[in-house]
Design a protein around this ligand. Sequence first.
Ligand code: HEC
Ligand code: HEC
Length: 278
Amino acid sequence: MQMYRAIFTIAAIFTVGIISAAAQNSNEITSAPVYVPDTTHQNDPLPDGVLVFDATSKSVDAVEGDNFAHFTFSLTNVTPNIVTILNVHASCQCTVAELPPVPWQLPPGTNGQIKATVDLAGKTGTVFKTIDITTDKGKKQLLLRINLTPAPVIEMTAEQKAAGIAASKLDRQAVFKGDCASCHVKKVEGKFGQELFKSTCAICHEATNRATMVPDLANLKLPTNVEFWRTWITYGKPGSLMPSFAKSQGGPLDDVQIVSLAQFLNAIHPSQAPPAGN
Ligand code: HEC
Ligand code: HEC
């Protein structure tokens, strides 16, 4: 009987222990201060006199072929209360906004920054992007404008041209090296298709002053297909001025880039001759 009582008591202590631990846990959960931002005004326009921006519209100049345009907007909370930035939304995937984690609470009188980076891949002319800022006091839109001008045409002297051709005759990969690379190799990382063509091939094949041995790719008289383009880009042609572009051959492009370029060229310059054997 003694023994039964002892076991019973231990079991009871255990049970009470478990219950109190559970109670403590549930207490912790329900009593933790959970910040719930006020979203009742998130769809209203932000009234004046809440956030003061250094500008709500900014403009940046860039040259076609540049990779990114950068913007920084500065904002100050001029109210006596906290203003909370609930979220920030850019008008396209190509625009990335950088700010402290949201909800971002700006205490009265404090200043903060929202940075934006626009990826210029494939863009020309005047480009507009927007960033929508939603706060607990209302919404505000920032306007980003990028003025892209075409890359300046490079004027070459007859000596420079002759020197280039002479150096390429000795080594057709010379364009990727030293001083030659400053004009001939634009940044290629992250570029594909048309953009890659503009930054790697156009300098020779689209130049109005190009030498007679540089063919017009839009008017090839032989049968072409994706494989034709891929092979030429990968290996070029030994004994000519056409370099090999594949990394495996000492060039700047990886296989994925080469395929993207071959597909782009095959699409814009469909074969003008029937396939061989027909
Ligand atoms: C340094 C100048 C230069 C650059 C840069 C260049 N090419 Fe060429 N390319 C040439 C020359 C010169 C030839 C002619 C080769 C020959 O003598 O047959 C040629 C030939 C070609 C041909 C063969 C056309 C035919 O007549 O069959 C193709 C296709 C081609 N290039 C594609 C490209 C592509 C795509 C790029 C960019 C990845 C590129 N080239 C970059 C100079 C260049
Ligand atoms: C100042 C920029 C610049 C530099 C530096 C330069 N090139 Fe060029 N290259 C060009 C341009 C632009 C063209 C297109 C033809 C033209 O406009 O005259 C070209 C064309 C070529 C061609 C095709 C033949 C032709 O004249 O159309 C070859 C080959 C060539 N360059 C090789 C070289 C080599 C090798 C070097 C280094 C020794 C070099 N280039 C340095 C800008 C440059």
